[in-house]
Design a protein around this ligand. Structure first.
Ligand code: KG4
Ligand code: ZN
Length: 337
């Protein structure tokens, strides 16, 4: 079964052709990073306009690279939630046009669920597992029992983890997007140079929640004293000390979830899963099976959309042409609709 996956929820315009949910025939990602750099963040209006210009070429390239004609695909999967509504609308409208014109089934896919599903493309993973989704827009800890059954047990109560990386980098003028830059700087820094605060949400409903707003503000507040010439105020030390706390907070919550549930399998996804320190810490979890996406499948891509779409399409689930773009996170649903 050949599934075309389309992703346009934020600033990557992406399309991929996947065979039987596992074999990546193509995975084209056109990033708008250069277009948003000036603003050190994604400008929604600019993002949606660029998607409109790029989407045709990106899908065409995905088909060409896969070596297939458009009418050979068996179904179309498109990210329709959550994300920037204008950006999502471009991918959804394009996918609906294809579905109607070619008379092929279409399925709307949750971008967050797809990030967590990405490691399934490269690994055979059994359920249940503790899912950790960390990206620029979301930070979620879940118990995943099936491809369509995910119980969210924790999330951020304010900023997303990747957002904190991006904001710290923005204020320190390290560059955009900040995640990879802070990761690289940290390799040469001392993570103990600063003792940044960590949130301690540990009671009741907040047991698995995290908070990044206080950590972000505390790191940014160091900026006043930053260039006083002392060596411990180097960009490398700021980055390493921030990264240490930001990642350690996630690991502590994952460890807590493992202990409480006795589930000894962890799967992670999302842009921040590219972080070398997070990967190192997860891989060191004692006695736990850990599955991480390869770097190209961490950040936004069409392959993860096609892979999760395949699971739904092969079971006969379909959307109709009333499919819409939904900007907010919805309750995850079992089965479909
Ligand atoms: O999953 P993604 O492409 O988009 C969203 O769905 O948000 O994630 C993008 C986020 C950005 O915040 C970016 O700074 C972060 O992932 N990121 C990283 C790294 N590479 C990307 N964060 C930390 N370390 C990295 N190496
Ligand atoms: Zn994403």
């Amino acid at each position: 079964m050949l599934v075309l996956g389309i992703e346009s929820s934020c600033d990557e315009c992406a399309a991929s052709v996947l065979k039987d949910g596992k074999k990546i025939l193509s995975n084209v990602v056109a990033t708008q990073i250069e277009d948003h750099k000036l603003y050190m963040g994604v400008v929604p209006e600019i993002a949606s306009r660029i998607h409109t210009e790029w989407i045709y070429g990106v899908v065409e390239e995905a088909l060409e690279t896969a070596g297939i004609k458009i009418n050979e695909i068996d179904g179309i999967a498109v990210a329709n939630r959550p994300g920037l509504s204008g950006s999502l609308m471009v991918g959804v409208s394009f996918a609906k046009g294809l579905s109607y014109g070619l008379d092929k089934p279409i399925i709307g896919i949750d971008h967050v669920q797809a990030h967590l599903y990405a490691p399934h493309i490269e690994h055979d993973i059994e359920y249940p597992y503790i899912g950790l989704l960390v990206s620029g827009g979301h930070t979620v800890i879940a118990i995943v029992k099936a491809f369509d059954q995910m119980e969210i047990i924790g999330s951020t109560i304010d900023d997303a983890c990747g957002e904190a990386f991006d904001k710290v980098a923005k204020f320190y003028n390290f560059g955009y997007p900040g995640g990879k830059i802070i990761d690289d700087l940290s390799k040469k820094g001392n993570s103990k140079a600063f003792n940044f605060p960590r949130s301690s949400l540990h009671k009741g409903d907040h047991r698995y929640d995290v908070s990044y707003s206080g950590l972000k503000t505390s790191v940014i507040n160091q900026l006043d004293q930053f260039w006083d010439g002392k060596s411990d105020k180097s960009p490398e030390n700021i980055a390493a000390s921030f990264q240490h706390v930001a990642i350690d907070m996630l690991i502590k919550k994952v460890e807590r979830a493992i202990k409480d549930t006795s589930i000894k399998r962890v799967v992670a996804g999302g842009g921040v899963t590219a972080n070398s320190y997070l990967r190192e810490r997860l891989e060191k979890l004692h006695g736990i099976e850990v599955f991480l996406p390869s770097l190209k499948l961490c950040t936004d891509n069409g392959a993860m959309i096609a892979a999760l779409g395949y699971e739904f399409l092969k079971r006969g689930y379909r959307d109709n042409l009333e499919l819409t773009a939904i900007s907010r996170v919805m309750a995850f649903r079992r089965g479909y609709p």
